[in-house]
Design a protein around this ligand. Structure first.
Ligand code: ATP
Ligand code: MG
Length: 160
């Protein structure tokens, strides 16, 4: 049986931590959909179109990975696209509480969908999109934490 997974998140913007997780998931599942939530309540810095475009360009070398934008419930997206696994990342204990709550809620809403947690390589454990955004806005260097394509977009922000 073919296993199709989704990796949902805001990806505002995609970081080397996200990328590490997508690559791991791509090795585990037949197909991985990186599902970018519009998440208007989070007031994203990049539009949904920009976030999707950046992720597509960064992940272009992975043949079994596809990037899509969505709004609405994650489990509904999973059902609609026949994705039986939701991949999420754990960086530290601090992620656990929220992720555990989310996974349990998702199970209540859709019993047939399993949440799977992956951890990144140690050097990526402290990277979050919110920190990257803050560093970029304050004029700091982000090249260690994001793909050069994303770094170029972040540099434009500094000038505007
Ligand atoms: N560096 C990382 N290593 C492993 N997992 C990560 C990393 N960054 C994010 N994730 C995981 O990816 C999923 C989507 O995360 P999300 O889009 O919220 O990114 P984020 O970096 O947490 O952004 P923000 O700081 O805006 O919340 C979550 O399960 C999150 O735990
Ligand atoms: Mg987050």
């Amino acid at each position: 049986m073919k296993r199709h997974a989704m990796y949902p998140g805001t990806f505002d913007p995609i970081t080397n931590g996200h990328q590490d997780l997508v690559r791991r998931a791509a090795g585990l599942f037949d197909r991985v959909i990186v599902a970018i939530a519009s998440n208007p309540h989070k007031a994203p810095l990049f539009t949904l179109e920009q976030r999707v475009d950046l992720a597509r360009r960064v992940l272009a070398d992975l043949p079994n990975v596809e990037v899509m934008g969505y709004s609405g419930l994650t489990v509904e997206f999973a059902r609609k696209h026949d994705l039986s696994v939701v991949v999420r990342g754990l960086r530290a204990v601090s992620d656990f509480e929220f992720e555990f709550q989310l996974a349990n809620m998702s199970r209540h809403l859709a019993r047939e969908i399993e949440t799977v947690f992956l951890t990144p390589q140690e050097q990526f454990t402290f990277i979050s999109s919110s920190l990257i955004r803050e560093i970029a806005i304050l004029g700091g260097e982000t090249k260690e934490f994001v793909h050069p394509i994303v770094e170029a977009e972040l540099k434009k922000l500094k000038r505007s």
